[in-house]
Design a protein around this ligand. Structure first.
Ligand code: FAD
Length: 318
């Protein structure tokens, strides 16, 4: 079922979460370990992130470094299929990125998703690999997410890349895109970022999932600004409870977001990571309650391999 239809049919705020494929070498059981404790709260959909190849340097006993290109977290397509098969009541939203994909490879991936009966895609550009300063599209690949959205929308209209092909089916993907309540790092200002967000919606996206934020006022202002821009699709708040002391500085560095002073003071008072974990849950409950009271369509949580904190938040909310 398409996410937009699930949201339209719902008479209350829904629950969903995002999963990271396990690091290469770990079994799919580690994914089920994250999902199982959250199934009691009837998630409406589960997102599965997509990870591009990255350059790593492997040290040999001689001290020489070998440059290798690997995918640390493969398996998005297979994990999406496995979830659909094992948890039949839940929809899956695999992520698809521009980075590393030519338009043809994008089409192949979308055909695979369609054959697997997957109805939803979160269309993203992807970040620059760690060894590059700026995002580089693949030869004949997309430079921005709005182009990827357009390609998916074309397939929904039965239009594939090769015009001469005999097309016997149309895909029916509900397309989601990312939004940034605190602005995307590369955008010169919020107004420009919103112009491009609108471009993704105009290209065919039907819902937005936001980057994590810890201050609800940022989300509320973002929604207001989107509405003024003429963006009327559901805007799903994305949240991640803080788990460790290190995240206090790591999350702003990785995701270009602020941690409110009241939360950072609470975390700094903690004397162990167990205390930080508890403080993260308390903040998550408070944040979720306020969003719920304001009638958000879905509360969406980034699990990052851990579900105990989200289980406790969901228990207090749903
Ligand atoms: P875009 O919408 O293409 O925007 C990128 C930048 O370019 C922005 O600054 C925007 O203002 C600007 N821009 C957009 N369109 C144009 C245009 N036509 N012309 C000029 N400028 C333009 N990354 C992954 O690799 N895998 C994942 O699974 C993943 N999941 C994510 C899930 C969520 C909910 C979020 C919020 C992010 C996720 N990301 C993921 C990270 C995302 O790929 C990065 O934030 C990336 O840098 C931007 O992706 P985007 O789709 O927002 O890009």
């Amino acid at each position: 079922m398409r996410v937009i239809d699930i949201i339209k049919q719902a008479d209350k705020t829904l629950f969903s979460f995002e999963l990271l494929p396990p690091l290469r070498g770990n079994s799919i059981a580690s994914i089920y370990k994250v999902i199982d404790p959250l199934m009691d709260f009837n998630p409406s959909f589960i997102n599965v992130t997509y990870h591009q190849e990255e350059v790593v340097y492997k040290k040999h006993p001689s001290g020489l470094l070998e440059k290798k290109t690997i995918r640390k977290r493969p398996g998005t397509v297979a994990i999406s299929a496995a979830i659909k098969n094992k948890y039949t009541s839940v929809e899956v939203v695999p992520h698809l990125i521009c980075g590393g994909f030519s338009k043809e490879e994008t089409e192949y991936a979308l055909i695979d998703f369609h054959y697997l009966g997957i109805d939803n895609i979160l269309a993203l550009r992807g970040d620059a690999p760690k060894n590059l300063r700026a995002f580089q599209p693949e030869g004949n690949g997309h430079s921005y997410a709005n182009d990827l959205v357009s390609q998916i929308a074309e397939m929904n209209n039965g239009k594939f890349l090769d015009d001469e092909m005999q097309h016997t089916f149309k895909t029916n993907f509900c397309i989601g895109v990312a939004g940034y309540p605190e602005k995307h790092i590369e955008a010169p200002n919020m107004a420009t970022d919103l112009t491009y967000l609108k471009k993704k919606i105009d290209a065919g996206a039907e819902f937005i999932i936001t980057q994590m934020f810890f201050d609800n006022t940022k989300y509320f202002s973002f929604v207001d600004a989107c509405r003024k821009e003429g963006i009327s699709v559901p805007i799903i708040p994305g949240m991640k409870p803080i788990c460790t002391m290190r995240e206090l500085t790591a999350l702003p560095q990785i995701f270009y977001i602020d941690i409110p002073e009241r939360l950072s003071k609470e975390i700094q008072k903690c004397t162990s990571n167990e205390d930080v974990f508890k403080a993260g849950i308390e903040w998550g409950i408070e944040q979720s309650k306020e969003l719920l009271d304001n009638g958000v369509p879905v509360l969406h949580y980034f699990t990052v391999g851990i579900s105990e904190n989200i289980r406790q938040i969901a228990k207090a909310i749903f």
